[in-house]
Ligand binder design. Structure first.
Ligand code: AMP
Ligand code: GLY
Length: 423
């Protein structure tokens, strides 16, 4: 088979690495890809939002299956464009990717179908939002409705902060059109867990759990980022939590989407908070997490191409999804200054240290070739993943492997996976 992967980050590198394990696959392309992905795939210089060019490429090169890793093209309807041309593609259509693309939609869906989530109100009028805040309990959470690179959520401790937040989202349009609507919701406390799943429209198969570290600095300080590191499994995702989510969240979400005429095929990512009142949904994403994929996929036993095809064909009930009984930790190596301001273009040294080392992976998030070298090309540069028999061993291995890599302005958190000591 010939596979095309759409995207250019660490998640797409992990997907490409996993697809490359499949005996069915003879050739992988990635658009646009990066210098790490180039080890497994021929990188094609087409942007992820250039749907017509991507579809033409898939047609001309007789691609058997396209896998879309990123949220923007999914929410923008890339799957519909491919399907209209008879091309096989893994991912939700536009009318289903709205589960991630509109927080107001996802909150209304959860309310309508009784799926546990924080209490909320939706607003499209900033004056009404400001009035509502006068009587709201603090802290409170403001969410821009649309996609905002994971930055559209504000947690406000005072009324003044919250009013300023409404103004910046809805009036100053800090996140652009994503702020045309807004969700204001109850602040919850608890541990966060990411659970990814494969869905074929009716059947859902849950992957192993993971936990992300969204803040830039140690001790969960600093600004929110795309994710500074992950571990899998989460020791806080117990059998009881799993049983609760299976009864009240996972299948219910798939059935709710089908009942709304928005059959979901692809990956649903459940962002959960384990509150005192039980697990609640923080958010849905319509794709693999980044950097969750970098710890979940190395632990997956199945041929991922079989699973992708089962989702497309509606035969996921025939797949027995299995994960190794081990653990993985991913530490993101970023450029100093990320997520605000940082320099790029520095040579990355030491990548060869990963060659032939089982259980160690270096997934590229922002890298490119320059004058025969591989150089930094983003805020998040690499995700160093290591396996271990348990989380402690995986963490020690990951931090050992972090030392193998060097580039100017290299920055990483030193406490990825520290929470497991409290488990
Ligand atoms: P989201 O993009 O909706 O996952 O939100 C980003 C982050 O904001 C989450 O990972 C949480 O840490 C935090 N967050 C979102 N909603 C809430 C909430 N209702 N209560 C507390 N924290 C929240
Ligand atoms: N790691 C969080 C996300 O992919 O949205």
């Amino acid at each position: 088979m010939k596979i095309l992967i759409v995207g250019s980050g660490g998640r797409e590198h992990a997907i490409a690495w996993k697809v490359a394990q499949s005996p069915k696959v003879e050739k992988i392309y990635c658009a646009p890809g990066n210098a790490g992905i180039a080890e497994y795939a021929e990188c094609v210089d087409i942007g992820a939002m250039e749907f017509d060019r991507l579809a033409a490429f898939a047609r001309d090169n007789k691609i058997d299956l396209t896998v879309v890793g990123m949220d923007d093209p999914l929410v923008g309807g890339i799957v519909d464009v491919f399907e209209a041309q008879g091309l096989r593609v893994f991912g939700p259509r536009k009318n289903a990717a709205i589960l991630e693309g509109s927080k107001a939609f996802s909150k209304d869906l959860m309310k309508k179908y009784g799926i546990p989530t924080a209490a909320y109100e939706n607003f499209d009028d900033p004056q009404k939002a400001l009035e509502y805040l006068e009587h709201a309990k603090m802290p409170i959470v403001l969410k821009a409705d649309g996609l905002a690179l994971g930055k559209g959520v504000l947690i406000c401790n005072t009324l003044e902060e919250a009013k300023e937040g409404v103004r910046s989202i809805m009036m100053d349009k800090k996140f652009g059109d994503a702020g045309n609507q807004m969700v204001i919701e109850e602040f919850m406390t608890g541990r966060e867990v990411s659970v990814l799943s494969f869905v074929d429209g009716k059947t859902i198969r849950i992957m192993t759990s993971a936990q992300d570290h969204k803040r830039a600095m140690d001790g969960d300080q600093g600004l929110n980022t795309g994710g500074m590191g992950t571990f899998s499994p989460s020791p806080f995702y117990t059998k009881e939590v799993d049983a609760f989510c299976k009864e009240h969240i996972y299948q219910k979400t798939v059935d709710a989407m089908a009942a709304e005429g928005r059959e979901f095929k692809g990956v649903i990512f459940f962002g959960l908070m384990l509150t005192q009142d039980g697990p609640k949904v923080l958010e849905y994403n319509a794709r693999f997490g980044d950097p969750e994929a970098q710890v979940v996929l190395p632990r997956m036993k199945n041929d991922i191409v079989d699973v992708f095809e089962a989702c497309v064909d509606g035969t996921l009930d025939q797949i027995d999804l299995q994960f190794e009984d081990n653990a993985a930790v991913c530490v993101v190596l970023a450029s100093q200054g990320y997520p605000v301001k940082y320099e790029k273009g520095f040579e990355i040294r030491g990548l060869e240290n990963f060659k032939g080392k089982d259980g160690y992976y270096v997934f590229h998030a922002g890298s490119k070739f320059s004058d025969g070298k591989i150089v930094t090309n983003g805020g998040r540069v690499l995700g160093v993943t290591a396996l271990g028999k348990d989380l402690k061993e995986a963490r020690a291995n990951a931090y050992e492997a972090v030392k193998w890599i060097d580039f100017d302005n290299k920055y990483c958190r030193s406490d990825i996976g520290k929470a497991i000591d409290e488990a």
